[in-house]
Ligand binder design. Structure first.
Ligand code: SF4
Length: 365
């Protein structure tokens, strides 16, 4: 049986001497801690760092965020992915400003019911910002627990979360829960790594059952997942009088609120060009002619992959009537950077900008 107290003490001592120097560890501002935790969900530290700095430069207070236009928030978030996080953060800031006098709630009930605040965010923010005794369970923590206690529950199965929460709760230091939670997450990130964990440098090695039984490589257990499906997409950049048509996705769902070019899935037995013409007609009511293929880009989302054929099209007839998107603009290509777009779209922007630069007098069709 693992001794809990020495384990906690060893872990916290190690963390205090070794933690990485990260900007959100130098602040006690609950809003800043909240922003960092939201960004860090399913995203690596090195990816988050520039976004965290940019975001807080732009929205340095909760009030500033609450009063911002959602499009400006999405623009700063552009490229970080999982855009529901940004939309929820923005909405929650508005609720806090209006119903909690602009102060991040310090109670589980009030904080947990804000948009986008799940158990993980609630436990992380309340423990780190307010020293409340809630145990954090993320992917790193689950891996450490699975190895430490030889837990058989698969880490990628939602039904096992209860067991991991119980185990984390038993370990939690109630005196210093914020530091303890950060120590567990840090250990998982830098020592008890998914591959080649640094057991020799691990502060809790002598309490670790997987290490003791030479079975580290067998943990954590995982359910086998089927490979991510691939979708073939056709997208059209519709030119009219030197401008291109962009459309805005509805505010909720995948990539909600972002701008894009009209297009969609290629049907079975349909070629990409026909799909492009059909999708543009269905989404925008415009009849277009496909002039050339601009690019083919590949992009992987969490649960699926896409191959996107991008075409340059000329407007032939019709006025825009949207079916699906909630807004549209005709803009010059050099204005693209003023709108938040999904990463997959950014992959063909260089080709599009080169193409637009070559057009005579900026005119096309
Ligand atoms: Fe992880 Fe190895 Fe430490 Fe065990 S001894 S917790 S497997 S790093």
């Amino acid at each position: 049986m693992t001794e809990i107290r020495p384990l906690r003490e060893s872990l916290i001592r190690w963390y205090m001497a070794n933690y990485r120097d990260l900007p959100w560890r130098k602040t006690t501002n609950p809003y800043h801690i909240w922003v960092s935790e939201v960004m860090l969900q399913q995203t690596q530290v090195k990816t988050v760092l520039p976004y965290y700095r940019m975001f807080l430069r732009r929205f340095e207070s909760l009030e500033r965020l609450a009063r911002a236009d959602l499009q400006d928030v999405l623009k700063v978030w552009e490229g970080l992915g999982y855009y529901a996080r940004a939309r929820n953060l923005h909405r929650a800031a508005g609720i806090i400003l209006n119903h909690h006098h602009g102060m991040l709630p310090d109670g589980w009930e009030d904080f947990r019911k804000l948009p986008g605040v799940g158990d993980y965010i609630a436990a992380a923010v309340l423990s780190i910002a307010y020293n409340k005794p809630y145990a954090v369970v993320d992917g790193n923590v689950k891996r450490v627990l699975a190895r430490l206690f030889l837990m058989e529950e698969p880490v990628n199965n939602s039904t096992s979360i209860k067991k991991f929460k119980e185990a984390a709760g038993r370990l939690l230091s109630t005196q210093d829960p914020g530091t303890f939670n950060q120590a567990m997450m840090e250990l998982g990130a830098v020592v008890c790594r998914p591959k080649q964990p640094l057991c020799k440098a691990c502060p809790i090695q002598r309490m670790c059952l997987a290490y003791e039984s030479h079975r580290v490589g067998e943990y954590p257990k995982k359910l086998k997942r089927s490979p991510a499906p691939q979708f073939n997409i056709a997208v059209g950049v519709v030119f009219k009088k030197g401008r291109v048509l962009i459309t805005r996705r509805k505010p909720e769902g995948l990539l909600g609120g972002l701008w894009e070019f009209p297009g969609g899935k290629i049907r079975d037995n349909e070629n990409a060009m026909d799909a492009c013409i059909r999708e543009i007609k269905e989404e925008t009511n415009l009849s277009v002619r496909v002039d050339m293929q601009l690019d083919r880009v590949k992009h992987a989302y969490t649960h699926f992959k896409i191959v996107m054929d991008v075409f340059c099209c000329s407007h032939v007839s019709g006025r825009v009537k949207l079916n699906g998107p909630v807004d549209h603009r005709w803009i010059k290509v050099d204005r693209l950077d003023h709108y938040p777009f999904p990463k997959a779209n950014h992959k063909f922007f260089p080709e599009l900008k080169k193409f637009a630069a070559k057009l005579k007098n900026g005119k096309y069709s």
